[in-house]
Design a protein around this ligand. Structure first.
Ligand code: AOF
Ligand code: ZN
Length: 340
């Protein structure tokens, strides 16, 4: 099952808003084949694993055990139901970690397999299996994107000075920050950050796709000259309360918000409707505070630096479960999970 998790992780950054899933087919304690869900809309992990069995080993499939990190689906989405393939292949034993939180599956996949006399064990390394699909879980349970907040802070807990660009973290931790970007479907920043930092919001320092960009400019004041509006093949979602007639390039989706609902919630709903499963909110501090005040976040990634800044914008304070603690030279990166 651990091997399934490793395989599943290879799909992170490409499968959302689907879950990362890995599968291993084992025959008499020997691995016959391995597979994972590679990209959104692509074959599922089980299908991938079964298709990779060598021609000479195909007769062994029926007497093999299928390990899969997520309950096999029993529905037709962009691809067919995995349960039917497992049944057709004559597999008699399936071992699963997490159940699928998708309401159309949620235990029915296991039921379908059992109804055909297949021996199913579920809950193997369940905690890790659920942790792996935590973004998908948020999508299914709350019907909104999984929200990551990320910021760097000085030794004394400050994140910057208003209107001024300050570089707090050292290079290796910014590499980690770029990996976070590569794992997200979209990156969001507020107009103030665009105006002071002019960030490009790409994943230059880490392989993988560059995510879509989300620009929140309630007063509709930004111009198209900033790098976030460059046409580099990434979709840009631009949200404002006031219409901004200066933003008109084709790759920019302009959405006008209304002020009768909390704006961050409206934005998340709209992004979710556009198949954005994971959003990384990069700031600035005012935007982070809005999300925290509304308890509208799932993970906070804090880069604690040794920078001596001792005044300016106070860094947000969040509470939750420690997800990860990594050292990158003198910076410490901490991942905190919101226990909602
Ligand atoms: C599996 N194995 O590898 C994954 C599963 O549109 P589709 O056909 O790709 O189906 C998407 C749904 O399938 C998704 O919402 C989730 O319930 C399940 N994901 N299931 O058996 C996989 N990725
Ligand atoms: Zn499936």
């Amino acid at each position: 099952m651990s091997r399934c998790f490793d395989l599943a992780r290879r799909g992170i950054g490409a499968v959302s808003p689907n879950p990362p899933v890995g599968a291993v087919l084992v025959h008499q304690d020997k691995i016959l084949s391995e597979g994972f869900h590679h990209y959104f809309g692509g074959p599922h992990a089980e299908v991938d694993a079964i298709s990779k069995v060598a021609e000479k080993d195909r007769s062994l499939i029926g007497s093999s055990i299928l390990y899969v990190s997520l309950e096999p689906c029993c529905i037709t989405g962009k691809t067919g139901p995995c349960t039917e393939l497992i049944i057709a292949e004559g597999i008699k034993e399936v071992r699963i970690s997490a159940l699928d939180p998708n309401r159309s599956v949620a235990g029915k996949g296991v039921e379908r397999l059992r109804s055909q006399g297949i021996h199913v064990i579920e809950g193997i390394l369940r905690e890790e299996g659920e942790q792996l699909i935590r973004a998908f879980n948020t999508n299914m349970r709350l019907e909104r994107p999984h929200i990551l907040l990320k910021w760097a802070q000085s030794k004394y807990g400050y994140s910057g000075i208003e209107g001024q660009q300050i570089w707090l973290s050292e290079t290796p931790s910014s590499l980690r920050a770029h990996r976070l970007r590569a794992e997200a479907d979209a990156i969001m920043v507020g107009a103030r950050t665009v105006a002071t930092d002019d960030p490009s919001l790409t994943t230059r320092a880490y392989p993988g796709k560059s995510p879509q960009r989300v620009i929140f400019d309630p007063n509709g004041r930004l111009t198209e000259n900033y790098k976030v509006f460059d046409d580099d093949g990434c979709l840009v979602h631009y949200y404002s309360l006031q219409p901004n007639h200066g933003i008109k390039r084709k790759h920019i989706r302009c959405v006008q918000l209304n002020d009768d609902l909390h704006m961050p919630e409206q934005i998340m709903q709209d992004l979710f409707n556009h198949q954005v499963g994971i959003v990384l909110v990069e700031g600035g501090p005012f935007l982070h505070q809005q999300f925290i005040r509304m308890n509208l976040w799932d993970e906070a990634w804090v880069i604690r630096t040794q920078h001596p800044l001792a005044h300016g914008l106070v860094s947000p304070n969040v509470h939750g479960v420690l997800l990860a603690k990594e050292q990158a030279e003198r910076d410490t990166i901490i991942g905190i999970l919101n226990e909602k």
